[in-house]
Design a protein around this ligand. Structure first.
Ligand code: NAG
Length: 314
């Protein structure tokens, strides 16, 4: 009798201990995962002289961007109530039967540093994107101007953390960026994949074949522009261009959301089959003052200073 009670007590005690340990271990692993996720999203895992890990970091980032549409759903379809309405109506308007961006002044102007993709390469990409997406999206799509294809690198000032500057300070920034460009060699890059984000942005995601890694370029720009916002808009490793923004529903026989999502995936796959693997050379870094919000993306007012990548030893 006494023995049975002791065993029972011991048993319930052990169960409690096991339970407490399980909880501790579970918490430990979820904290560890959180820490790992954070370190990768902040770009701490990349080191400047390790191109392989930068490449891996980009791949992981692109995998995540690729999953975004399924994980977060096609937000660009949700807001537009009918086939006529535009989901991003605060940026675009339908005027005389065509989509026009609405320009809003950026105050203070955004100062962006971007790698520039010359029309020699951007025009064929743009044509392919139009050929695949235009039949299905008609007016519910905005195509990036092919004269302004760019890779956003580093902001001297952005809309989240504005850093006002006098004309002299702007000149000094531009000079410093010019000096960075002088020391950089041209980049040969390859289109890794095209992805469509849940917000309807059609992006090209690139890998570096030769030349400086974006992580290195951003680090050089950061030290040339010490007043720039600590927190930048993108991951240090990313190398992406925007091709188009989807603004509404595709023209398909059924307005069933799953059908529309399926068509969107199909079109991305079709564009991938045409342009994935394209190789291009980047040979210009631009310092751009954007006087309108998203001027580079929406043909707004801007002033650019163009610097050739000089490949000089510094
Ligand atoms: C595209 O950009 C170029 C260069 O800024 C400009 O001259 C041209 O007008 C733009 N095209 C459209 C359709 O806005």
């Amino acid at each position: 009798m006494e023995m049975a009670k002791v065993v029972r007590n011991w048993w319930s005690h052990s169960k409690t201990v096991v339970l407490i340990w399980s909880i501790c271990i579970a918490i430990y692993f979820s904290l560890l995962r959180l820490a790992l996720n954070n370190s990768s999203s902040l770009g701490y895992t990349s080191t400047i002289d390790s191109p392989v890990s930068n490449m891996e970091q980009r791949s992981r980032l692109y995998d995540k961007m690729e999953r975004d549409l399924d994980e977060n759903g096609p937000a660009f379809l949700k807001h537009g109530g009918t086939t006529q309405s535009l989901s991003l109506s605060d940026i675009f308007t339908l005027k005389d039967g065509s989509v026009k961006p609405v320009h809003k002044a950026a105050n203070p102007p955004v100062r962006a540093n971007v790698l520039y993709l010359s029309p020699e390469y951007s025009v064929p990409i743009s044509e392919s994107a139009k050929q695949v997406f235009h039949p299905y999206f008609g007016k519910a799509i905005w195509f990036q101007n092919s004269s302004l294809y760019h890779f956003s690198m580093f902001h001297a000032s952005h809309h989240i953390v504005p850093v006002p500057a006098t004309e002299d300070e702007i000149e000094a920034e531009a000079t410093a960026v010019g000096a960075v460009a002088e020391g950089l060699c041209p980049l040969k890059i390859v289109l890794d994949r095209v992805v469509l984000t849940s917000t309807g942005v059609l992006l090209g995601c690139w890998q570096v074949i030769s030349g400086p890694d974006p992580v290195t370029i951003r680090a050089k720009l950061r030290s040339a522009l010490p007043r720039a916002p600590e927190k930048q808009l993108y991951d240090d490793a990313i190398l992406h261009t925007s091709f188009a923004r989807l603004l509404g529903h595709p023209k398909v026989s059924s307005t069933e959301p799953s059908k529309e999502l399926h068509v969107s995936h199909e079109l991305v796959a079709r564009l991938n089959s045409i342009i994935r693997g394209a190789e291009v050379v980047i040979s210009e870094l631009w310092y751009v003052e954007e006087y309108d919000v998203l001027a580079l993306a929406l043909d707004g007012r801007m002033k650019e200073r163009r610097f050739r990548l000089g490949c000089k030893r510094t």
